[in-house]
Design a protein around this ligand. Sequence first.
Ligand SMILES: Nc1nc2c(c(=O)[nH]1)N[C@H]1C(S)=C(S)[C@@H](COP(=O)(O)OP(=O)(O)OC[C@H]3O[C@@H](n4cnc5c(=O)[nH]c(N)nc54)[C@H](O)[C@@H]3O)O[C@H]1N2
Ligand SMILES: Nc1nc2c(c(=O)[nH]1)N[C@H]1C(S)=C(S)[C@@H](COP(=O)(O)OP(=O)(O)OC[C@H]3O[C@@H](n4cnc5c(=O)[nH]c(N)nc54)[C@H](O)[C@@H]3O)O[C@H]1N2
Ligand code: SF4
Ligand SMILES: [Mo]
Length: 687
Amino acid sequence: MSENPGKLEYVPTTCPYCGVGCGLNLVVNDGKLVGVEPFKRTPVNEGRLCPKGATCWEHVQSPDRLTTPLIKKNGKFEEATWDEALDLVASKLKETSDKYGPRSLGFQVSCRTPNEDCYAMQKFARVAFKTNNVDNCARICHGPSVAGLSLSFGSGAATNPFEDVLNADLIFMIGSNAVEAHPLAGRRVAQAKKKGIEIIVCDPRYTPTARLADTYLRYNPSTHIALINSMMYWIIEENLHDKAFIEERVKGFDELKETVAKYANVEDITGVPTETVKEIARKYASAKNAVIIYCLGITELTTGTDNVRSLGNLSMLTGNIGRPGVGVNPLRGQNNVQGACDMGAYPNVYSGYQKCEVDDIRHKMEQLWSVTDLPEWYGASLTEQIDQCGDPIKSMYILGLNPVVTYPNSNHVMKSLEKLDFLVVQDIFFTETCQYADVILPGTCFAEKDGTFTSGERRVNRIRKAVDGPGESMEDWRVFVKLAEKLNLPGFEFETAEDVWNDLRRVTPSMAGLNYERLNRPESLHWPCPTEEHPGTPILHIGKFSSADGKGTLFGIEYRPPAEVADAEYPFTLMTGRLLFHYHSRSQTGRAKILHQEVPESYVQINNEDAKKLNIANGEKIKLSSRRGEVETLARVTDEVAPGVLMMTMHFGTGAVNLLTNDVRDPMSKMPELKHCAVKVEKLTEA
Ligand SMILES: Nc1nc2c(c(=O)[nH]1)N[C@H]1C(S)=C(S)[C@@H](COP(=O)(O)OP(=O)(O)OC[C@H]3O[C@@H](n4cnc5c(=O)[nH]c(N)nc54)[C@H](O)[C@@H]3O)O[C@H]1N2
Ligand SMILES: Nc1nc2c(c(=O)[nH]1)N[C@H]1C(S)=C(S)[C@@H](COP(=O)(O)OP(=O)(O)OC[C@H]3O[C@@H](n4cnc5c(=O)[nH]c(N)nc54)[C@H](O)[C@@H]3O)O[C@H]1N2
Ligand code: SF4
Ligand SMILES: [Mo]
């Protein structure tokens, strides 16, 4: 019984799910969470939450939480003390590094954990083992945005805040289903519609977001470059490009013009009639202020970086960048995917995108961290590390990621993890990946620790401890402090999350001005923010681009098809994605009762005509197979996908879509082709 049944405490914090970064209050009674209410003073969500945010407290108190370190002995996990577990982890990692060198270790950093955890982990990897084999799951999410927008504009981040769409005259959305995946950013689009702002949605699938559109454009999956090149061809042809902006602020126009000259008519590739392309091109180019919103339909392909650069081209060609109401905005996925990248959990940069290969920067970091010989080489990316399991990677450390369900080609992932000598998994639940671990460490979750999440609009939001973690669980950053103690490393004398953050500020000029006191305000601040007097930077590229010469770059980009296209043996194109009620591998949303009840099982969307041809009824169990694996799942018959196209969500460990997906990578950003592969469909039972 509660000692204080009537006394409720409200702890303001940030939602742990998507990159919108909604503010909410955790409601606490007698040391236990009893609910959530939206935090009305946060400008991001103005007192509203989506179904995931509203239930985000439920999993925290699940009896399934990891409560103590576990060590695998003779194939079985046994409870251990922190001292035993950390001694084992420290000694195994050290042994691997001494015997095989810095490329024999792999560090995989979460985008779910706060900045402080991400910063501590990458610092630990670099300081302890002189390795740059550090990466985070942006690699399989918005890695192409970081790469592509950096090449186009000089900075890999979203250019304008979410609410700024209300200053636009036209919103061009492509490969984003914001209504389900970023509901409170989707709300801004719905508000814009009410205001009379025109909305164009391009997606191969008719989504809940497409329902908001004034113009919905269906195109063939993965043909964006052809579509956008064609739009640019007609913009130039009809003299709608912004000559003054191009002259003053960008380079590469001639190359772009020459390339797009080949794309007047792209109906054969995209399935979109030329007149329709012309019409949307005219609309986008003649709007006074037009903003582009995009997401994984653009990035999760082997052409991901080129797709992103194509959108950069489109915005600069028409001068739609660098002021309110315009811009190019990737909706960043995870609660802290922006932050994990900003913290330097990346194989070639320290925090604030300071490049490891630049001697001056590396020497500065050596000085600030009191170490020598930091590596300058480009480390292995997330899925490259999976390919390298066994050789040269012998030991791996995974923080808050579930690769067995979420990385492409699950059979390959499972086989690879088996080749490791030693695997540490630090999570809050026993996931599908934990099975492959030698040591499992219990972290505390967002409700049990202080820190910061950086949202998709570069806003650094505070999270605050509301309750104690279960059992022996420990803040993730503190685990690295303890490991550093075991290895006698300098620079980990942190007692609080704020100490970790202040160490980050000390080494990161673009975030030096963001002290906790300033971040405590509900509206917080957007980086870059170099000094404590600086007001933060909600809109990038005003007046000049962030590149070294201040100019934006237009690129001539040719269309390439995806790596694996449908053929006689595997005649369907499989797309993958999300639905409103679940989050990734469901370790959290699967433990919120209402969310689980909404959609308890894996399914695939299949077009009516295809279902009829194959004699498949709605709700029937069917088998999908690709060159990499097979799954059984339920058919959902619909006209939301075109004939020949299937769509499956990524949320289910049973009937897992990644048994089918292709692990081939975009050469520039190393993004695997999670959103396009060829499959066949088989009926399981004769009707
Ligand atoms: N409910 C919920 N919300 C989430 C998440 C979640 O798991 N659940 N995850 C978060 C994360 S990490 C991210 S990155 C975002 C992702 O957010 P989104 O990218 O918006 O979500 P997806 O459903 O993965 O993909 C978006 C759309 O891309 C389309 N698409 C467009 N063009 C193409 C194409 O050429 N090929 C293919 N194959 N598809 C195309 C698909 O039809 C789909 O509707 O969502 C975040 N929010
Ligand atoms: N086919 C296909 N595959 C995809 C995608 C797709 O669209 N299609 N999308 C991709 C994208 S965009 C992404 S971002 C990835 C996501 O891939 P993952 O990040 O691997 O997915 P999650 O299920 O969110 O895994 C996060 C883990 O962190 C744990 N966790 C949460 N909070 C904490 C914490 O505070 N501390 C610790 N230690 N652990 C914590 C959770 O329990 C969970 O096990 O999936 C990718 N995979
Ligand atoms: S929109 Fe995203 S951040 Fe906001 S409540 Fe929903 S899941 Fe959480
Ligand atoms: Mo993501």
